[in-house]
Design a binder for this molecule. Structure first.
Ligand code: FES
Length: 140
């Protein structure tokens, strides 16, 4: 199997079986964001306790790239400290610029690396991450 096919499978798996879907509670940090170019949207909730992302959940509508990215992001940051979550976000943004990024921090997210070649889709892949950055800002 080609690496591109494997990556496509990982993306489709997260899209069809999203991890951490749903809402935590009205008290959790909440950010709603819309992708202005297509109208797709995400609501992200973060439960931070003792500087750690104890729980993370999302709901939204969007293309396979945006929803798969949200699912992978939720897995990547769950259980991490807020500082680590921010670092993972920075690594993901490097990946989107086609720059070298730390594979240990990214895990499944590496499958989205090909998106960097399609500027129009970068907004799809970063929608959930823009929401994450806003929630981690609130956590400080
Ligand atoms: Fe709307 Fe991808 S087309 S987020």
């Amino acid at each position: 199997m080609q690496l591109d096919d494997l990556y496509r499978e990982v993306i489709m798996d997260h899209y069809t079986h999203p991890r951490n879907k749903g809402m935590i509670s009205p008290e959790a940090l909440t950010v709603e964001l819309k992708n202005p170019t297509c109208g797709d949207e995400i609501t992200l909730q973060l439960l931070v306790e003792d500087d750690r992302v104890k729980d993370v959940r999302f709901e939204g509508t969007g293309c396979s790239i945006s929803m798969a990215s949200a699912s992978m992001m939720s897995e990547a940051v769950k259980g991490k400290s807020v500082a680590e979550a921010k670092q993972i976000s920075e690594e993901f943004r490097k990946l989107m610029k086609g720059q070298e990024a730390d594979p240990d921090l990214l895990g499944d997210l590496e499958s989205l690396g090909g998106v960097s070649r399609f500027p129009a889709r970068i907004k799809c892949a970063t929608l959930a991450w823009n929401a994450l950055d806003r929630t981690t800002e609130q956590a400080l």
